[in-house]
Design a protein around this ligand. Structure first.
Ligand SMILES: [Zn+2]
Length: 314
């Protein structure tokens, strides 16, 4: 605004010019503020600094300076590809995942998993009798899932695009995937379109309202810079899912997965990448002890490290 008498900028205009530009939330377009700056604390692949912003509208966190080549931050050892007895032993410790799905929708039916990793859940789905297909970006993992685990595997780094071309599913599972993808809402929308009416979408993801996140901020291991692009607030997810025709039926942060991630966070906060096995074991034990001590705080009021949401298509 300019002065009506001399056309010079008014004081208000000069103050505005000095203010930093408003950066919109990629999820809801609301205003964001600087949350913290951190580095790759979990894997130390780079010394680069990463800036996270918090949306004051939807309360989600997002990585501001997303690297151009995200694949470079996922080393080959990101997840191990065990033999079948090894995979079944891992899967046996996580039977709760299939129990959660089966409580909402029973086999037979088509189950699509996005980002299956080494197939801990895919093998459960196959054993339960689901027609199981996985969408995975990593070629090595895809070959393993197809040839060793026995799932139908689709290789794609854009799961929202892959889903649009695939047959309809009765279950879509995305265990700790939403935080990694550049377009999380496109993935939720594509999952909603792909599901049969009455089908369910299962999402587990880190919780930006976690006690650990508030206490440790950029040092919280579930920030996992730069691999985690978003830490999505559960209310934002529920609102977006509802707009896509999905109704929340279960929301919890005290399922076995959530409790595991509480202890994981304290363990990883106490260790450094490349530390000795002895140091890692000590951090692991201390992390479990901390999680037990903090249980009265972390297990109430949705303040756990990660939440699991089950959403049903209307
Ligand atoms: Zn937002």
């Amino acid at each position: 605004m300019r002065c009506a008498g001399c056309a010079a900028p008014t004081a208000r205009t000069r103050v505005r010019a000095r203010l930093p530009p408003v950066i919109a939330c990629p999820l809801c377009s609301g205003p964001t503020e600087t949350a913290f700056t951190t580095h790759d604390r979990n894997r130390a692949i780079t010394a680069e600094r990463f800036r996270y912003r918090r949306c004051t509208a939807c309360r989600s966190l997002n990585l501001e300076n997303v690297p151009a080549d995200l694949g470079a931050y996922y080393p080959d050892e990101y997840f191990s590809l065990p033999d079948m007895p090894g995979l079944r032993a891992q899967a046996a410790r996580e039977r709760w995942r299939m129990a959660l799905v089966a409580a909402h929708i029973q086999p037979p039916g088509r189950l699509t998993e996005i980002g299956p990793g080494n197939g801990i859940f895919a093998i459960q789905a196959l054993d339960a009798g689901y027609d199981t297909v996985v969408v995975e970006m990593d070629a090595r993992a895809c070959a393993y899932l197809r040839d060793t685990v026995g799932a139908e595997a689709v290789q794609s780094a854009a799961p929202e695009e892959a889903l649009a071309t695939m047959p309809r599913s009765h279950v879509i599972a995305a265990w700790h995937v939403l935080e990694h993808v550049p377009k999380p809402w496109a993935l939720v929308d594509a999952a909603a379109s792909n599901l049969h009416p009455g089908g369910v979408l299962v999402i587990a993801t880190p919780n930006p309202r976690a006690f650990g996140q508030r206490a440790l901020r950029g040092r919280w291991p579930h920030v996992d810079a730069p691999r985690h692009l978003f830490l999505i607030d559960h209310e934002a997810l529920v609102v977006r899912a509802a707009a896509a025709g999905l109704e929340l039926v279960t929301l919890t942060d005290v399922d076995p997965g959530g409790l595991h991630w509480n202890a994981f966070a304290w363990h990883y906060a106490l260790r450094r990448p490349g530390c000795s096995l002895r140091r890692d074991k000590a951090a692991h034990l201390a992390g479990r002890a901390l999680a037990r001590a903090l249980a009265p705080v972390e297990r109430r009021g949705l303040r756990g490290a990660a939440y699991t949401a089950v959403l049903r298509k209307r």
